[in-house]
Design a protein around this ligand. Structure first.
Ligand code: ADP
Ligand code: MG
Length: 327
């Protein structure tokens, strides 16, 4: 069983950034309005996420680290089917099976906090602890018990870059939440509660957002808001292509193609536009479990969505060049 946990963990916890993503999503699920992330050595040595969310009752602490779906994995052969089912209810258990994990939590109505420690996937008894209302999850020495996995980790710098990207994507999609990121004790990001425009400016740069074209289109249950680089914005300071589907960062071919086509159509040249776009649709219209790490999605009506995205962005871009002659 422990082996199954570790192997499944390898699928869901590819690297420190995947553990961080699970932890941040849990904090958001718990309705946190303030989230602090501490990393050491690219997250390999330490990932600590502290939130002021709903917390976990003492009795529920062991359950939070339990693999709810254990019965689904009868043998190693079934691991493949597990990876297509997604990993609901298994994020924290997976991380715990390949690290030294400490979960400390205090619900708002509890007198004090409690803590549970899992080492190598083995749970220790719940103990009283000191912690403000909310939850801290501390993950130390990722893959210390699976050296073969650990060998696949890249340098601290590379793993840190993945963690920072994960943090930035999530922070971008939740401007109403206050976020802090520290690496090796140094503050990298301190983001107060902000408007969408302020958060985009903080993360993508003021020069981007000041020159960007705002979008706000709704049609037939589809919605698109956010910012696309204006035709005059010649160079993104860095790789700045953020596309969110119902609040989750994804990399999607349909969207990328629609955007590129809109830019080419209006501006008559090929380039990689910078954008931060938030696309919403009925959750039934999108399959988020194409891949366990959920960065890809599959749209049921990809044709209609391509058209919607193309026309929305096209209209925003064309508005700024109306009357101008083609370059
Ligand atoms: P899932 O998020 O899919 O339910 P996880 O393994 O990520 O599964 O988390 C297990 C459970 O632990 C969650 O359902 C939640 O009840 C609890 N939990 C984890 N992190 C937090 C948190 N930061 N705040 C409150 N509850 C949490
Ligand atoms: Mg989770």
């Amino acid at each position: 069983d422990h082996l199954v946990n570790q192997i499944a963990a390898g699928e869901v916890v590819e690297r420190p950034a995947s553990a961080l993503k699970e932890m941040l999503e849990n904090s958001l699920d718990a309705a946190a309005s303030k989230i602090t992330v501490d990393l050491a050595q690219g997250g390999i040595k330490l990932i600590r996420v502290t939130d002021n969310g709903n917390g976990i009752a003492a009795d529920d602490l062991p359950l939070a680290l339990d693999r709810h779906a254990t019965s689904k994995i009868a043998s190693l052969d079934d691991l493949e089917s597990v990876s297509t089912l997604g990993f609901r209810g298994e994020g924290l258990a997976s991380v715990a099976s390949v690290s030294r994990l400490t979960l400390t939590s205090r619900p708002h109505d509890a007198e004090h906090a409690h803590q549970i420690i899992a080492i190598d996937g083995t749970l220790h008894p719940v103990e009283p602890a000191a912690h403000p209302a909310g939850t801290s999850v501390e993950v130390v020495d990722l893959y210390f018990n699976t050296p073969a996995r650990r060998k696949f980790l890249k340098s601290d710098n590379t793993e840190y870059a993945h963690c920072a990207a994960t943090f930035e994507r999530i922070a971008l999609a939740h401007p109403q939440v206050e976020f802090t990121l520290r690496h090796n004790g140094k503050v990298v990001w301190r983001l107060p509660q902000q408007t969408v425009a302020e958060r985009v400016g903080a993360l993508l740069g003021k020069d981007f957002v000041e020159a960007a074209l705002p979008l706000d289109t709704q049609a037939a249950g589809l919605g698109l808001t956010g910012f696309v680089a204006s035709p005059t914005y010649s160079k993104a300071s860095r790789d700045a292509q953020y596309f969110f589907v119902n609040g989750r960062f994804v990399r999607d071919k349909t969207a990328q193609h629609a955007l590129r086509q809109a830019y080419r159509d209006v501006l008559h040249h090929e380039r990689h536009p910078a954008y931060a776009l938030f696309f919403t649709l009925d959750p039934a219209g999108v399959d988020v479990n194409v891949h366990p790490t959920k960065i890809e999605v599959r749209f049921r009506e990809s044709q209609a969505i391509h058209q919607f995205l193309f026309h929305s962005v096209h209209r925003a871009l064309a508005g700024t060049t109306a009357g101008a002659s083609p370059a």
